[in-house]
Write a protein that binds this ligand. Structure first.
Ligand code: SAM
Ligand code: DTB
Ligand code: SF4
Length: 327
């Protein structure tokens, strides 16, 4: 009955042999009655995590706009007119000032994002300096710089990078509807370089791009079948930006978003599942459901890369209302 499922593994397209999770199994999770799904997610969550703790990561766009890729969701693509102002690579002292402020506000991780297809060696050198300096502040370090070539992940690791973020974004089947300038396999190749260099992998995707439930299941199955699965799994709700091709999509129902969080928690029980972009558009109650579904990390600070995020006062109040504490 079921069509064969392509399971992508790091570095090669493998036949569908014994995946830890099939797309059908994940879809069955997404289709559960919500109370049952939340119970299963909470059970998995409590086996490995304190349900009252949340990890806080602050983002900084260290190089903004002018990106040659055509990701349909992204305000930084040179192919979309979004009004985002291009900014060259930031100076080290400005990055350090932002990291210092993030630490003072309570973040434990600082994530530096650059709108590159991938860094050239001359781009990477100053980023290595940034990683060294941010690490020296006593923060965990994360970077998201696009595709990496051989040897670059090792250089980042040696500079003190803890995590590299590179998202699969959606299912292999839906991917080509959203991005045309690089392939799913390119992303898997970068993830393999990151893993082989001994870095922690931060990899997730976006919900609300017009995908079917099966594509959400396809994304989660891909992530969960990575061997090992990512340490950090950001689940983003599409932030719709005028001028991007995906502007005007029907917003995702928060309860469907909660289901994706729960499926990530059940299939990747030890991972930190991050309730990522889109929180500014969510109610406190919607976010609370995400935590009940097993989310235990957020982006913290009033800006994501180019779009808004709840400010520190709103998040402090939210965590207070929920009786939750930063990790
Ligand atoms: N250029 C690098 C790359 O694409 O790997 C790093 C930065 S890129 C902005 C990082 C991730 O942010 C994307 O893979 C995507 O998942 C997410 N993202 C970008 N724009 C978004 C949006 N409008 N809403 C939600 N997530 C978004
Ligand atoms: C991730 O999964 N989400 C973050 C981070 N990784 C780099 C980025 C969200 C970007 C939202 C749109 C913007 O602010 O430009
Ligand atoms: Fe470029 Fe990354 Fe935006 Fe894609 S998501 S357009 S690669 S900055």
């Amino acid at each position: 009955m079921n069509a064969p499922v392509t399971v992508y593994r790091l570095g090669k397209r493998a036949a569908p042999v014994n995946p830890r999770w099939t797309v059908e199994q994940v879809q069955a999770l997404l289709d559960l009655p919500l109370p049952e799904l939340l119970f299963r997610a909470q059970t998995a969550h409590r086996e490995h995590h304190d349900p009252a703790r949340v990890q806080l990561s602050t983002l900084l766009s260290i190089k903004t706009g002018g990106c040659p890729e055509d990701c349909g969701y992204c305000p930084q693509s040179v192919r979309h007119s979004t009004g985002v102002e291009d900014q060259d690579l930031m100076a080290l002292d400005a990055v350090l000032a932002a990291a210092t402020a993030a630490k003072a506000a309570g973040a434990s991780r600082f994530c530096m994002g650059a709108a590159w297809r991938g860094p050239k060696q001359k781009d990477l050198e100053p980023v290595l300096e940034m990683v060294r300096a941010v690490k020296a502040l006593g923060l965990e370090t994360c970077a998201t710089l696009g595709m990496l070539r051989d040897g670059q992940a090792e250089q980042l690791r040696e500079a003190g990078l803890d995590y590299y973020n590179h998202n699969l974004d959606t299912s292999p089947e839906f991917y080509g509807d959203v991005i045309h300038t690089r392939e799913y396999q390119d992303r898997l190749d970068t993830l393999e370089r990151v893993r082989n260099a001994g870095l922690n992998v931060c990899c997730g995707g976006i919900v609300g791009m017009g995908e079917q439930v099966r594509d959400r299941a396809g994304l989660i199955a891909q992530l969960a079948n990575l061997d090992p699965y990512p340490e950090s799994v950001p689940i983003n709700a599409l932030v719709q930006v005028e001028g991007t091709p995906l502007h005007g999509e029907a917003p995702v129902d928060i309860l469907d978003f909660v289901r994706v969080i729960a499926a990530a928690r059940i299939t990747m029980p030890k991972a930190f599942v991050r309730l990522s972009a889109g929180r500014q558009q969510m109610s406190d109650e919607g976010q609370a459901l995400c935590f009940l579904a097993g989310a235990n990390s957020i982006f913290y600070g009033e800006k994501l890369l180019t779009t808004g995020n709840p400010d520190v006062a709103r998040d402090t109040a939210l965590l207070g209302r929920l009786g939750m504490q930063p990790l």
